[in-house]
Design a binder for this molecule. Sequence first.
Ligand SMILES: NC(=O)c1ccc[n+]([C@@H]2O[C@H](COP(=O)([O-])OP(=O)(O)OC[C@H]3O[C@@H](n4cnc5c(N)ncnc54)[C@H](OP(=O)(O)O)[C@@H]3O)[C@@H](O)[C@H]2O)c1
Length: 255
Amino acid sequence: MEVVGRVTAVGAEVSEGLVGQQVLALLPGFGGFAERGVAEAEMVLASPPGAGADEVVALGVNALVAELALQRVGAAAGERVLVRGAGGGIGVLATQIAHARGAEVTVVTSSSARGERLRELGAAHVVDRNRSGVPDAGFDVVVDTVAGPDLGQHLELLRPNGRYVICGAAGGLPSVESFAPLLRDFHKSLSLHAFSLNSVTPEELRGSWKRVVALLGEGRLSAVVDQVFPLAEAAAALRHVADGKAFGKVVLRPR
Ligand SMILES: NC(=O)c1ccc[n+]([C@@H]2O[C@H](COP(=O)([O-])OP(=O)(O)OC[C@H]3O[C@@H](n4cnc5c(N)ncnc54)[C@H](OP(=O)(O)O)[C@@H]3O)[C@@H](O)[C@H]2O)c1
């Protein structure tokens, strides 16, 4: 999906100044398991000064999804934000970015150990989904990377004028009935957003990356690298992700 590396050549209408620069590039499809890649110039973003390749790739798509999802639903200071799938690649960044925006963050995760790590990243409250299930109600925003059969229960946790943003479906597709609270709780004027990075304009992408880099520079955001595998061990890396034990991002290093 995304890679970090040095630019070796550019097309005719692209600034030669990019050659030699370390960049983050979003590739079309899933073509990143490689030593070399080709990206559209508008999908290439400057690496933050002084940041290492592992760190930048661990931010990458996940930071952009988390930042833009929170931006689209206007998560504001003082609001209560719930993050589902908080220990995952997107979740660890959504937790930090919501906290940096001044929100009070509650996370749903799969163990108390993961919860402790999420507290260090800014979570004020932790719900262990394997023990206590669904949190108490009263959220202004839910960022959901899980969806799945429990989506409806989480939709019901929103306050009046609450916003729910689905950015992934790590837990599978929800049933149509999951969305019933939108109409059953019609008086609450809830909003439901589906958010994919594939829909954003190059301007939105750059604006978001600028905000991510600023948070990184201010020390209010950090990349969370679970493990780094050599490219030759990509299959083992994928198995590790599929096991659901990774906390943050799994990185492949070509050499
Ligand atoms: N919107 C976009 O543009 C975009 C871009 C990239 C990826 N995605 C999608 O976003 C989703 C999350 O991506 P990711 O990189 O964060 O994935 P990830 O690193 O695998 O994390 C997903 C997290 O969800 C939780 N989870 C997994 N299965 C679950 C289940 N059955 N029930 C409840 N929680 C479960 C786990 O967190 P805990 O253990 O902490 O609960 C897991 O760490 C994926 O579906 C991915 O395809 C969307």
